[in-house]
Design a protein around this ligand. Structure first.
Ligand code: AMP
Length: 283
């Protein structure tokens, strides 16, 4: 596995690969890798000749009061994991490399960026879209892989690529979970044992939604009420949002149907966790 930290070197490697007719797949991450990230890597490897993974804790997607400094980092461990997965190139730029002094350009996907997580994290998706578009320019992938766990992020990236007539194909892979259902997240490392237990309310509320839908319930209000009741029973949990929306514009819907997104963000102590589910109606 080649580790590249300079943009020009990464672009040169891409030029060489393309001149040999190789297809390139790309998995952008912020590191502190877990099985969720590795599942994207494995999906990518099935589809392309060369797999590039980036590790970059992107400062522009963190608000001033958020956890940029505290965000977990372990480059040595991450690099060893990716090497074991036979990743071809690990791109690991510094913040100065990505945002040199005088940097001025940002990408916004209007409306979509203000919904769900965007409401409590203003500027977050502007930072995400900016860094992802920059990475796409540097790595020039044929396909890029994102996790369903960050459903809104995946939707924004798809919309961004569509709107700018980008050439990269966006693939969204399923959420990987712990045995008890908690969605894997680098931020789970913030949780103490009591909080780890409490974090299960996210999964529990989604499971309840699924049970209700399987029983034939379609009214969003009813489902949301039951989900919120479950979360509110947990003293360590504080709801940021629980919403039922359509996947195009991320607008709330009165009734669930096939493909509807049920998404939530909940603070467990000081840690903000997200999860979601796409509705599949039993036929
Ligand atoms: P992050 O390092 O948190 O920015 O995530 C990098 C990529 O991994 C994003 O596309 C995430 O959606 C994806 N990802 C994070 N957690 C999971 C998970 N539990 N299952 C599947 N994909 C995930």
């Amino acid at each position: 596995m080649k580790v590249i930290s300079k943009i020009q070197e990464m672009k040169q490697a891409v030029r060489e690969l393309k001149s040999k007719g190789k297809t390139i797949g790309f998995v952008p991450t912020m590191g502190f890798l877990h099985e969720g990230h590795l599942s994207l890597v494995r999906e990518c490897q099935k589809r392309v000749d060369t797999t590039v993974v980036s590790i970059f804790v992107n400062p522009t997607q963190f608000g001033p009061k958020e956890d940029f400094e505290a965000y977990p980092r372990d480059f040595e461990r991450d690099a060893a994991l990716l090497k074991k997965e036979n990743v071809d190139i690990l791109f690991y730029p510094s913040a100065e490399e990505m945002y040199p002094a005088g940097y001025k350009t940002y990408v916004e996907v209007h409306d979509l960026q203000d919904k769900l997580c965007g409401r409590s994290r203003p500027g977050h998706f502007r930072g995400v879209c900016t860094v992802v578009l920059k990475l796409f320019e540097i790595v020039s992938p044929d396909i890029s892989f994102f996790g369903q766990k960050d459903a809104q992020q995946a939707r924004l990236i798809q919309k961004m690529v569509e709107d700018i007539n980008g050439h990269v194909k966006i693939e969204v892979s399923p959420t990987i979970r712990e045995a008890d259902g908690l969605a894997l997240s680098s931020r789970n490392s913030y949780l103490n044992p009591k909080e780890r237990e409490a974090a299960l309310v996210l999964t529990k509320s989604l499971k309840e939604a699924k049970i209700l839908i399987d029983q034939g319930v379609r009214k969003s209000d009813f489902i949301l009420k039951r989900m919120k009741e479950i979360i509110e029973q947990e003293p360590l949990a504080k709801i940021d949002y629980v919403e039922i929306v359509e996947l195009e514009e991320l607008n709330p819907v009165e009734e669930v149907k096939e493909g509807t997104l049920i998404a939530l963000a909940v603070f467990i102590g000081r840690t903000r966790l997200i999860d979601n589910m796409i509705v599949h109606l039993q036929s």
